[in-house]
Write a new protein. Structure first.
Length: 217
């Protein structure tokens, strides 16, 4: 393995660093973006049970806010329920924007790695071919070892760059899809909360408002 890395030339160093970054981001995002950690099942029903039975005190609200991102959104809505539907939705949006930003952390870096590693491999290919043609110019085609070294450098860096770029691009899209699904799930739970908390304020709910998006993706 070391011989292959050495044959690829100095451009193998940034490619290897990119592979380490990809592995670290994927491991961290797999752990962080667990659905049960982001949006625990039946949390909204549990919160409504506390509200209905007048059991939602300050301690439970603090626990709800610190328990999960969905809990932060629900806590924001509950804390501002006296302000009315529109202002409560604005407060939920503010909290949700911050949460979405946190869910997408490091994904731009992963996308950048997916974009630059093929270019690093291509640069290695160009450098390797320059060496090949330089050897041909200086000594003709008789020095097979020197020619083979340049060709090997060109092919190794290309293969290494693609080996890192392909999984990086896959997981970039995979995690973006997971974030979209989690955001959609939390949005639906927030809509339920807004409707429930305001159900006693009006006898004729506004259908357009009820179906509107509570926070932006």
């Amino acid at each position: 393995m070391f011989e292959i890395v050495y044959a690829g030339g100095w451009l193998m160093i940034p490619i290897i660093l990119c592979s380490i970054i990809t592995a670290a981001i994927c491991a961290e995002r797999f752990w962080t973006l667990r659905p049960r950690q982001i949006a625990p099942r039946n949390l909204t029903e549990q919160v409504w049970h506390w509200i209905r039975n007048d059991e939602l005190d300050t301690d439970r609200l603090r626990t709800l806010r610190g328990g999960s991102p969905l809990g932060q959104i629900l806590a924001a809505g509950i804390s501002n329920r006296q302000l009315g539907r529109d202002l409560m939705k604005e407060r939920i949006e503010e909290v949700a924007d911050h949460i979405v930003h946190e869910l997408e952390r490091y994904l731009n870096t992963l996308g950048t790695v997916a974009s630059i590693t093929p270019l690093l491999g291509l640069l290695g290919t160009v450098i390797g071919m320059i060496k090949v043609f330089s050897e041909i110019k200086l000594g003709g085609i008789g020095n097979a070892a020197a020619l083979a070294g340049g060709i090997a450098e060109a092919l190794i860096t290309t293969a290494a760059g693609l080996t890192v770029a392909i999984p990086s691009l896959f997981f970039y899209r995979f995690f973006h899809r997971r974030v979209d699904e989690l955001v959609e799930q939390m949005e639906q739970e927030a809509i339920k909360l807004v409707q429930v908390l305001n159900s006693n304020r009006t006898n004729q709910p506004d259908e357009e408002s009820a179906n509107s998006r509570v926070f932006r993706q």
